[in-house]
Design a binder for this molecule. Structure first.
Ligand code: CP3
Length: 350
């Protein structure tokens, strides 16, 4: 039995005849069929409806022919599941009614148990069945938010440009910071374990905003908590992808935190990323999502550049450097997948 192309690349065993590709945020507002089924249903309500989650997760797989599905959910779903009052406001993101600012606030963040997210197990089971079971060529990637990125939403109360409150708490009250991040690590770990137990064949830990930190603060205040999540998932045997935006200076640490695959944004080329993380990791990335709006020949040449640079790593999974922009033309994404599938293996060998 051979591994799915994406799983083989994640295990640093590039398949000869395939460059696997998927896109962060491939399910979502860029697709008219998504906007149609979400009509009148709030994001977090949709996440608790297993059959709708199955449908939305499958939409980009059907349309683009990508090499993985990503579970349709959100990083704040497990936070809501433990009882914290929050919403996802369209065009803004997660908004927390009463942010976490002091020790007593931790009481509002109990541990996550699998029964609190039964709809997640159910949805994952439906998706894996539709994909063709555990040995499908198109695996399902489960995901969770990493402790730092989750903490930033909980402390700021919503999205932030500078993470000023988060950093003030982290450096000003390290005990509370570590208490909060230990709890978030438990929640992320269980959220991922539930998805793997239900059939997800790989996981991605999103530390989207960790790139706001210098390496020394990352190493001391963040890395141990992400490492706790990733090392626990190691016991499941599924490949672990670890991604953040603007993390060029953190890549070696993000690998060492316990990843099999390090996700890279568009700011550094993949050959440079491979040099920074060293030989023990596969890489995922890293086309600039903004280029999806460029003339086709310009975009196609950049897609080829990413594949050529990705050849420096033993395993390469093609992706964007961050999520699909809501205004991206789905036809362009399909065309990018086709280009990667037809020219990819040859470009990588060249
Ligand atoms: O296709 C996929 O990638 C799977 C689904 C997915 C969503 N959120 C669905 C979603 C994933 C993997 C996430 C993770 C997530 N959520 C992250 C990490 C990934 C990243 O982008 O860095 C973060 C930081 C969040 C928090 C969050 N949730 C934001 C910033 C937003 C966007 C707000 C907006 O309206 O622009 C959300 C809402 C959200 N999550 C949407 C989707 C498709 C858009 C809102 C909607 O469709 O109603």
């Amino acid at each position: 039995m051979t591994d799915a192309p994406l799983l083989a690349a994640a295990r640093r065993n590039n398949p000869d005849d395939a460059v696997p590709v998927w896109f962060m945020r491939q399910a979502g507002r860029s697709l008219p069929e998504y906007r149609e089924v979400r009509e009148g249903i709030a994001m977090l309500d949709a996440c608790a409806m297993p059959d709708l989650v199955r449908e939305i997760t499958m939409q980009p797989v059907r349309r683009h022919g990508v090499d993985a599905a990503i579970f349709y959910s959100d990083i704040v779903v497990p936070i809501k599941a433990v009882g914290l009052d929050l919403e996802i406001t369209p065009g803004i993101g997660p908004v927390i009614a009463e942010p976490i600012r002091e020790r007593a606030d931790l009481d509002r963040l109990p541990e996550l148990t699998p029964d609190m997210v039964g709809y997640v197990s159910e949805a994952v089971g439906l998706i894996v069945a539709e994909l063709g079971g555990p040995d499908s060529a198109v695996p399902l990637i489960g995901f969770a938010g990493a402790p730092f990125t989750l903490a930033s939403y909980l402390i700021e109360g919503g999205p932030s440009k500078d993470y000023a409150r988060t950093k003030a708490l982290m450096l000003g009250d390290p005990d509370l910071w570590h208490g909060l991040c230990s709890r978030l690590a438990q929640i992320s770990r269980v959220f991922l374990e539930v998805q793997v137990a239900a059939g997800a064949q790989a996981v991605q830990l999103f530390d989207s905003w960790a790139g706001s930190l210098p390496a020394r603060d990352y190493e001391r205040y963040v890395m141990p908590h992400s490492a706790e999540v990733l090392s626990a998932l190691g016991a499941t045997g599924v490949p672990r992808i670890h991604f953040g935006v603007g993390t060029g200076e953190l890549l070696p640490l993000m690998g060492a935190a316990g990843a099999d695959v390090v996700g890279v944004d568009w700011r550094i080329p993949l050959d440079e990323a491979a040099r920074r993380v060293g030989p023990a990791y596969a890489l995922q990335g890293n086309l600039d999502p903004a280029l999806l709006g460029a003339p086709w020949e310009v975009l196609a040449e950049r897609v080829r550049d990413v594949i050529r640079a990705g050849a420096a790593a033993d395993g390469h999974i093609f992706n964007l450097g961050h999520g699909v922009p809501p205004k991206a033309d789905p036809a362009t994404l399909s065309r990018v997948v086709e280009l990667i599938h037809t020219e990819g293996p040859e470009l990588r060998r060249a």
